[in-house]
Design a protein around this ligand. Sequence first.
Ligand SMILES: NC(=O)c1ccc[n+]([C@@H]2O[C@H](COP(=O)([O-])OP(=O)(O)OC[C@H]3O[C@@H](n4cnc5c(N)ncnc54)[C@H](O)[C@@H]3O)[C@@H](O)[C@H]2O)c1
Ligand SMILES: O=C(O)C(=O)C[C@]1(C(=O)O)C=C[C@@H](O)C=C1
Length: 301
Amino acid sequence: MKKLVIFGVGLIGGSVALALRKAYPELHIVGIGRALQLHDTNLQTAQKLGVIDEIGIDLGQALESATLILIATPVAQTPAILQFILPHLNKNTVITDAGSTKADVVDYATSILGERVSQFVPAHPIAGAEKSGVTAANATLYFGKNVIITPIAGTNSTAIDMVTAMWQATGAVINRMPPTQHDSIFAAVSHLPHLLAFALVEELATRPDAQDFFKFAASGFRDFTRIAGSSPEMWRDISLANSKALLGELAAYQTQLSLIENLLKNNDSAGLQSLFERASAARNAWAHQQAITDKEQTDKQ
Ligand SMILES: NC(=O)c1ccc[n+]([C@@H]2O[C@H](COP(=O)([O-])OP(=O)(O)OC[C@H]3O[C@@H](n4cnc5c(N)ncnc54)[C@H](O)[C@@H]3O)[C@@H](O)[C@H]2O)c1
Ligand SMILES: O=C(O)C(=O)C[C@]1(C(=O)O)C=C[C@@H](O)C=C1
């Protein structure tokens, strides 16, 4: 890999850049921001930190001889970026993305890229944080973490191999699944939890006496709401892109809340105890399995 062009050098794009610098010492990394200009403070910081080598200001020049283009912007930016790229896309360049939703990205790529969709490999790293921007990037973010690839029918196998090798070079573990399956899983285990965290904080913060509550909020509140500090733009885009699956998960959660509400109203001590026992056992089993998997991944690297 010789030249990597990243649209969106934030937490995710910046962390890919930092990880790949180690794996490919000769790699030249070009960062492209919201506008093609040198005075992008995020990209200037990225250059100062050594995350990118160059700020892209001429698209034709930036994409010339690019080995790989990574789109790591909020997902609603994807169609405009693909349209922007297409006239300058060389036939050997591979495009990938890191968006948290996949069916929308696959639809955009299929309709915008036409037969050049063979060069596009949709992907999603399952690692992140509530922090945004290049200053939050780190080289080990993907180490031992899953990356889901959701290839499109026409995706070229060489392109898939390149993106697989790229993520493996960051220390990630590759999985494949169809985009709709991806979106239904992540609606449940990632998108809904973010919605709930935003909702809880919003409900408390808009009370006239909010400060009385925040003053005494401690680790339980911190753990539950950490992700409510995440990028509003990113989560707006994810929620809208995956709204169908997300609404389904929200309905299932509301059913569960209604069950708990009834248990409380009926003073059903045994019912509450057994629900909490089941949930606690499932959560602890998941955490235990995660710890084993994390250790296996670390031992393998
Ligand atoms: N943060 C996470 O936990 C996480 C995890 C996995 C995947 N993702 C996905 O990765 C993508 C990036 O997320 P992030 O956390 O790095 O966000 P971020 O806010 O840290 O970085 C995004 C960057 O994209 C830039 N940008 C926005 N529009 C652009 C455009 N049109 N052209 C070029 N640059 C543009 C922004 O200026 C910003 O620097 C999102 O699609 C998100 O869904 C995020
Ligand atoms: O750790 C966090 O803060 C995250 O929210 C990371 C997280 C997740 O939900 O697990 C968020 C969105 C991504 O698409 C993948 C990972």
